[in-house]
Design a protein around this ligand. Structure first.
Ligand SMILES: NC(=O)c1ccc[n+]([C@@H]2O[C@H](COP(=O)([O-])OP(=O)(O)OC[C@H]3O[C@@H](n4cnc5c(N)ncnc54)[C@H](O)[C@@H]3O)[C@@H](O)[C@H]2O)c1
Length: 437
């Protein structure tokens, strides 16, 4: 197809309500993106290899807090969203967004097999020009190394048969202050045409679109953002350990430092980090740096500090119980919150997993309460959420607040507990002798 025809046919199809869009991977990132697009008037088909997810989404059932049940069923009823688990109809889509998961192997190398698998599938369906956008997090260079090389190898030509863009997902699950439409969107293209088509597309439903100079710049920005968070979280975790040793309240220090109107951005200590972003993404940067003979020690050290935080809190709890003449063994411990994030049901890589395992291995009698997570299992245990009330709390030797969820009466928790270890400052400035941070 002629380049000019190709561009104009894509452009002509970029108007909402006329453009069929495919979103591949209907997870934490892809499903809210698909729903946002459908709400903006695009006809969206979502693809996922998980058949049960596809079936429930087509019934209008959302499994994410970020996508309202009522919104999803309306979008399904209106015909603006449907889910599929085969690529058979992908050729109807003019724009393809890839939002599949990207992992890290045990050896610390990026595992982009889902992006590769989807690319192989897409290659077979480029029988009319398409704009392909990768939103998954990848190392610098990956979009072109994986997607462009596969399309080129199949004899398809950039700017003639396809346009290619990278736009990192910056979604913050559970944060209703920042819906997708309000989060500035970084966009980069493999060619001028690719960039302008992607800019035009995102500008039609996102308030602010920021072009990057190259795909590598956009890929690196995503790694930089997540590494910035990991390094600062590790720093404040280390400060917490230091303050604890000196009997200083780290939360007061953060409050005081936050009064500085410039040069300070607050981060908060905690029992560890979860999900597939902050624990994984900085390691992509460290891995790529090694290839250039650069040691990203700050990332390795940050990971080590963050990884030891669950053990730090288990040890702190042990010390607090010992002071009361008790041992962890045989103590009744209630974990409050097992999701990795406030207001969410997601338990991927949640620090609660490690804390509970350590407590059980030490012989503690562990239960948990989390209104978002009815059952919770990890290697060696399977637990069901208990209903939180004063009676339950009074039976415990200690309560550990691991996730601060909204609408939990933490004052009631403190009033009825013998001992509270509050890893999240859910009970700020508590002067109660039984509450420890
Ligand atoms: N979750 C977040 O907060 C977040 C934020 C920013 C960026 N990201 C990035 O977005 C990407 C996706 O992450 P996520 O959290 O949405 O993952 P997820 O695990 O929640 O969802 C991924 C979905 O893709 C599906 N899938 C896997 N392989 C597939 C394939 N070959 N074809 C079709 N579907 C497939 C899975 O079944 C799943 O439903 C990752 O690169 C991640 O780093 C995530």
């Amino acid at each position: 197809m002629e380049k000019s025809n190709q561009s104009s046919s894509l452009r002509a199809g970029l108007q909402p309500k006329q453009t069929p869009v495919a979103v591949i991977g209907l997870g934490q990132s892809g499903l809210p993106t698909a729903a946002t697009l459908a709400q903006a008037g695009f006809r969206v088909t979502g693809y996922d290899i998980d058949e049960s997810k596809v079936k429930s989404l087509n019934r209008g059932e959302s499994y994410l807090e970020d996508v309202e049940q009522s919104d999803l069923s309306r979008l399904v009823d209106q015909g603006n969203f449907r889910a599929k688990n085969s690529f058979a109809t992908l050729n109807g889509a003019k724009i393809i967004i890839i939002a599949v998961p990207t992992f890290i192997t045990k050896q610390g190398t990026p595992d982009l097999k889902a992006v590769k698998a989807v690319t192989d599938d897409i290659v077979g369906f480029i029988n009319e020009p398409k704009l392909i956008i990768l939103e998954s997090t990848v190392y610098p260079g990956a979009t072109e190394e994986i997607i462009k090389q596969a399309l080129d190898a199949a004899g398809l030509k950039l700017d003639e048969d396809y346009l290619l863009a990278y736009s990192p997902s910056r979604i913050d699950p559970g944060n209703s202050n920042w819906p997708i439409t309000k989060i500035p969107k970084i966009v980069a293209g493999a060619s001028k045409e690719s960039l302008s088509a992607a800019e035009e597309f995102y500008s039609s439903f996102i308030d602010k679109v920021i072009p990057a100079g190259s795909i590598k710049a956009a890929e690196t920005t995503k790694l930089f953002e997540n590494s910035y968070r990991a390094v600062n979280i590790a720093f404040v975790d280390a400060m917490k350990i230091f303050c604890e040793a000196m009997d200083i309240d780290i939360w007061e220090i953060i409050d005081l430092a936050s009064s500085k109107p410039f040069g300070f951005v607050p981060f908060y200590p905690g029992p560890g980090i979860g999900g597939e972003c902050i624990p994984v993404v900085p390691l992509y940067l460290a891995w790529k740096a090694k290839e250039y003979g650069i040691r990203a020690d700050f990332i390795e050290v940050a990971s080590q500090i963050i990884d030891m935080m669950p053990t730090h809190f288990t040890n702190q709890l042990c010390g607090l119980l010992n002071k009361e003449g008790k041992t962890l063994k045989n103590s009744k411990i209630l974990i409050l919150g097992v999701a990795y994030k406030s207001g969410m049901s997601d338990t991927r890589k949640s620090p609660a997993k490690k804390i509970i395992r350590q407590l059980i291995e030490t012989g503690a009698k562990v239960s948990y309460s989390d209104p978002y997570v009815p059952s919770f299992s990890s290697s060696g245990y399977q637990l069901k959420s208990s209903k939180l009330n004063a009676g339950l709390i009074k039976k415990q030797d200690a309560v550990v607040i691991v996730t601060e969820h909204p609408n939990i009466d933490y004052k009631m928790v403190a009033d009825n507990s013998r001992l509270v270890l509050d890893t999240r400052n859910a009970l700020p400035h508590s002067k109660k002798h039984n509450v420890h941070h």
